[in-house]
Design a protein around this ligand. Structure first.
Ligand SMILES: NC(=O)c1ccc[n+]([C@@H]2O[C@H](COP(=O)([O-])OP(=O)(O)OC[C@H]3O[C@@H](n4cnc5c(N)ncnc54)[C@H](OP(=O)(O)O)[C@@H]3O)[C@@H](O)[C@H]2O)c1
Length: 274
């Protein structure tokens, strides 16, 4: 993997975090190349990481073993179609991190059998704390799958899915999930301020509580329900809050919210896959 040439198409936030993660993991910057139509984005990447950048996607993929497509779903078709000639019958591998673009769209646009691995990352990848789900098409070899794991592990944790259809659920869970936690934390912070805490204390205690709870959940061998019960003494303060959440049917509300996100992911993949 360390000798593979990796071209990243798009010099935005995700590319930046992947380049940072790969260099941290010992990948030589000479093995990395990035493209973007925006000269400023290209200059920023070179200034930050010393990585060479090009304007032309076609030229940049010529010597690549792995091509990471890190552009918005709306421009994916145009970007991929522009690589059709250079990728005809190629043994290169594509990794798409775009939400909602299905694997069959790539082989359709390129009109060639090619290894494509679809990845659904999330925003904490920007601080090397991401959670990504992966699914490969039938053309991807074990080595190519392993290389994708190495790339994505440089910015967080990964898991392989059994079916591409599960990507829509993943989008609703870990893809959109950081925003759910921000919203919940926002509400806790607001409530704490209403109870008289200073902005600083409300913010500090909310964030550190979320961080501590997530760390406990990650390190403990108890499941989430058991961990909750352990901090909910009968007749105590936490129990009163939990009863309120249950009366408002928080569980059902979360399920409805995630189902709406999943439905939107399905609609977007229909739109971007055409
Ligand atoms: N950020 C996240 O946390 C996150 C999470 C999950 C999935 N993703 C997915 O990751 C992908 C990238 O996200 P991002 O946040 O990095 O987006 P971004 O910051 O907007 O980066 C995309 C970059 O691609 C450039 N670009 C546009 N057209 C191009 C072309 N024809 N050739 C080469 N580059 C081109 C854009 O330039 P312009 O700005 O000039 O258009 C921009 O610099 C998206 O598909 C997104 O769905 C992101």
């Amino acid at each position: 993997m360390k000798d593979c040439n990796i071209t990243l198409i798009g010099c935005g936030n995700m590319s930046r975090s992947l380049i940072g993660g790969l260099i941290n993991d010992g990948v030589k910057k000479e093995h990395l190349l990035a493209t973007d139509p925006d000269a400023k984005q290209r200059l920023d990447i070179t200034a930050q990481f010393g990585v060479t950048t090009l304007e032309s996607n076609e030229k940049a993929v010529e010597n690549a073993d792995i091509i990471v497509l890190a552009v918005k779903p709306q421009v994916m078709r145009q970007v991929v179609s522009g690589l059709a000639i250079v990728l005809k019958n190629s043994s290169k591998m594509l990794i798409s991190i775009a939400a909602g673009v299905r694997l069959t769209s790539f082989t359709k646009w390129l009109d060639t059998p090619i290894a494509v691995i679809r990845v659904m990352p999330n925003t904490p990848a920007l601080i090397q704390s991401g959670a990504a789900a992966l699914f490969a098409n039938e053309h991807a070899s074990d080595i190519q799958k392993n290389n994708t794991e190495v790339i994505m592990r440089s910015v967080g944790t990964i898991t392989w899915l059994d079916s591409e259809d599960l990507m829509d659920a993943v989008t609703a869970l870990s893809g959109s999930g950081p925003a759910y936690f921000f919203y919940f934390m926002e509400s806790m912070e607001k409530s704490a301020r209403a109870m008289g805490l200073s902005n600083e204390d409300a913010s500090l205690l909310t964030i550190e509580t979320a961080l501590g709870a997530a760390k406990m959940a990650s390190l403990s061998h108890y499941d989430l329900s058991e961990l909750r019960k352990q901090v909910t003494s009968p007749g105590g303060t936490t129990e009163q809050a939990i009863i309120k959440f249950q009366q408002g049917d928080l569980g059902q509300l979360v399920h409805e919210a995630m189902s709406a996100a999943k439905q939107r992911a399905i609609e977007l993949s229909q739109r971007f896959g055409e």
